[in-house]
Design a protein around this ligand. Structure first.
Ligand SMILES: Cc1cc2nc3c(=O)[nH]c(=O)nc-3n(C[C@H](O)[C@H](O)[C@H](O)COP(=O)(O)OP(=O)(O)OC[C@H]3O[C@@H](n4cnc5c(N)ncnc54)[C@H](O)[C@@H]3O)c2cc1C
Length: 527
């Protein structure tokens, strides 16, 4: 078997892996290898923001996982897209830059993770950031990750914000600033109207470093151990099976599904799960795969006569063609849309200390993750429960590393999550039916009445993820945690997990910026 040796090997070139590869290889004496199962990020659908309509529903650069049947969703299987390409999910996400609520990080610290309070992580967020509006107490400039205002937001997105303000929400021009509450346009990780994935931001600028190797098309199948130490990883690629040695550290950044799967395949996890698949127990760690949390979401969908929106129509096709040249030459126009252009954070009950629901206003008609297309124009409003109480798990379907992991988000297993979603949908509908949106909104699709029963029935029939699963290799110091506050795996030398899976609780917001921050912090820790 072919074998090569590095100081540090990182598995997974997603949001976290690309940041780590950049930071760790900054020391020319440190030999770093980044291993990615997917291909290079050549597809134009990745770099043209509106191309998400092509990458989200298809498999080319997307693992496109299906969940176990979800009792909370009427027995349906949910859809879990994840990037399978350089940049990982940051190459197929909606580009919204959002850190979550400051108290989320104080919660992490209070759960026994020193160094993760908001005051600790704020400088780390600022370190990676290049804020278009300039630096202030919350934002940084000069970092690798551009945070920009949308180049050409739709008129309807502004109308959504107006309608939310009329419904009683405050106008919020910066969800990542002094306060998260209110409605506004989202900022995005784009530069001159192009997607700026973790690869574009962090990896491309350092590809020429002689001490950094980036291997695409290599699927990691097993961690290699010597005694109680991880010493490398086995990968399957074009040349067959190879072994990549790590003399200092093996870092798993394979994401919320990939990292626990690789640990389980290597005999690290709950004994029962390993034994069920005939895998020898190398190190019993009951928390591997547990604690899966995700934002459950329902999209309200409306038809529209507003031909300035994105639709499946001949007119949109012609505008997209002209828009291509505008995008290429000036970085503006309809192809710069991330679709989810505006949003809001709101509290569904009196007495809550922070928002419990997030809205994403979308300038198109969203049905089943764009897997079902409808002719014509429309607008949608996603309603997500920010801190669901339900916890699911990731396990194995089989000991074959090529098989997809077994994913059970346990959506709506806790009654409180359903109650929050119902309350959030009612508030969202009020905003969507407000006067400022009237010129952009027609009849609502998928409704069968407005009573609670009809709404719950619709939720069971149509709700699913808004793409923020986390927590399956939770950081902490108790028996169910997988990594410590420095992200090193409990009980094994030379092995760490650095990606969205280490979050102890789900943040109240989108998860890309928090994952970038986690990797920045891990790199600082290892400098
Ligand atoms: C459709 C969609 C829309 C989203 N929208 C937003 C948004 O607008 N804003 C936001 O903040 N967040 C958004 N998110 C979430 C955000 O992108 C993710 O939380 C974040 O990218 C997770 O980063 P990660 O490093 O943990 O994992 P990933 O970025 O998923 O990276 C994991 C990498 O590991 C690779 N890998 C997995 N297994 C193996 C293996 N065995 N061997 C080798 N490589 C492997 C994968 O191919 C992948 O490249 C969205 C996500 C999706 C899917």
């Amino acid at each position: 078997m072919a074998s090569v040796q590095f100081d540090t090997v990182i598995v997974g070139a997603g949001s976290a892996g690309c940041v780590l590869a950049n930071r760790l290889s900054a020391d020319p004496a440190h030999r770093v290898c980044l291993v990615e199962a997917g291909p290079e990020d050549r597809s134009p659908l990745i770099h043209i923001p509106a191309g998400i309509l092509g990458t989200l529903p298809r498999r080319q650069v997307n693992w496109a996982f299906a969940t176990e049947p979800q009792p909370g969703l009427g027995g349906r299987r949910g859809y879990q897209p994840r990037g399978r390409v350089l940049g990982g999910s940051s190459s197929i996400n909606a580009m919204i830059y959002m850190r979550g609520h400051r108290s989320d990080y104080d919660d992490w610290a209070a759960l026994g993770n020193p160094g993760w309070a908001y005051s600790d992580v704020l400088p780390v967020f600022r370190r990676s950031e290049d804020q278009q509006r300039g630096a202030d107490a919350w934002h940084g400039i000069g970092g690798e990750l551009p945070v920009a205002d949308l180049a050409s937001p739709a008129v309807a997105s502004g109308a959504f914000v107006e309608s939310a303000v009329r419904a009683g929400l405050k106008r919020n021009p910066d969800f990542n600033g002094a306060s998260q509450d209110g409605a506004g346009l989202y900022q995005v990780t784009q530069r001159r109207g192009r997607r700026c994935s973790a690869t574009v931001a962090f990896l491309r600028p350092v590809l020429a470093r002689p001490n950094l190797a980036v291997l695409t098309g290599r699927h990691a199948t097993r961690i290699v151990f010597e005694g109680g130490r991880a010493t490398g990883v086995e990968v399957v690629g074009p040349g067959g099976t190879a072994r990549i040695g790590a003399t200092r550290e093996l870092i798993l950044s394979a994401g919320v599904f990939g990292s626990p799967q690789l640990l389980l395949l290597s005999g690290v996890g709950p004994r029962k799960e390993l034994e069920r698949h005939g895998i020898a127990v190398r190190h019993e760690l009951p928390g591997v795969g547990a604690n899966l949390a995700d934002h459950v979401d329902l999209a309200l969908v409306y038809r529209s006569d507003d031909a300035r929106l994105m639709g499946i129509t001949a007119r949109t096709a012609l505008r997209a063609l002209a828009g291509y040249f505008e995008w290429r030459n000036r970085g503006t126009g309809i192809l710069t849309t991330n679709f989810a252009e505006a949003g809001a954070f709101l509290r569904t009950r009196e007495g809550l200390a922070r928002p419990d629901v997030q809205l994403h206003f979308v300038v198109g008609l969203v049905d089943d993750h764009a897997r079902k297309l409808h002719y014509g124009y429309g607008v949608s409003c996603h309603v997500a429960v920010l801190r669901p109480k339900s916890r699911g798990r990731v396990g194995l379907q089989s000991a074959d590393p090529r098989a997809a992991p077994r994913i059970d988000p346990a959506f709506l297993a806790e009654a409180d999550d359903l109650a929050t979603l119902v309350a959030g949908v009612r508030r969202a509908r009020e905003i969507m039916e407000g006067a400022p949106l009237a010129p952009h909104r027609g009849a609502e699709l998928f409704t069968e009445g407005t009573g609670d029963e009809a709404l719950v029935a619709q939720i069971r029939r149509r709700a699913d993820t808004i793409y923020h699963p986390v927590g399956t290799c939770r950081m902490g110091s108790d028996a169910m945690s997988v990594v410590d506050a420095t992200l090193r795996v409990h009980g094994i030398e030379g092995l760490s997990v650095v990606d969205a899976s280490v979050m102890p609780t789900l943040v109240g917001g989108n998860t890309n910026a928090p994952t970038v921050m986690i990797a920045e912090k891990a790199a600082l820790e290892r400098a």
